[in-house]
Design a protein around this ligand. Sequence first.
Ligand code: HEC
Length: 116
Amino acid sequence: MNTLKQWLVLSAISVFTLSAHAGGDAEAGKKIASQTCQACHGADGNSTNPQYPTLAGQHADYLVHALKGYKNGDRKNPIMSGFAASLSPADMKNVAAWFASQKGLTSPRLPNTVHE
Ligand code: HEC
């Protein structure tokens, strides 16, 4: 019984650690957003120019997916390819966590499930 309890506690901790890691660090992402993305998407991801998409409130998974696409050429846009190229995989998760946590688009709140 004791062993089972210990196992449950340990697995709960590792699940928590994994999901915290996968979710990205929104504070680190905030820095990237205010330095690099703000001019077009707004510091919190609410774009005031219809040429630029609103990112605030978008699912983090989708944001990471879009950024990877710009970086690897699956998604082609001359402006975004350049910005995405400068982001590491960790930067992408962090900046996605930041925009996803802001009020904007009203996507249903699903558990954060960023996959590699
Ligand atoms: C010079 C303006 C500009 C800057 C700066 C910029 N973007 Fe963009 N971004 C765009 C434009 C234009 C699009 C739409 C491109 C398209 O049609 O695919 C876009 C699209 C995106 C998308 C896809 C949105 C969607 O709904 O599919 C993401 C994600 C994104 N940008 C993230 C970022 C991040 C993160 C940064 C900062 C590292 C950034 N952008 C900096 C102009 C910019």
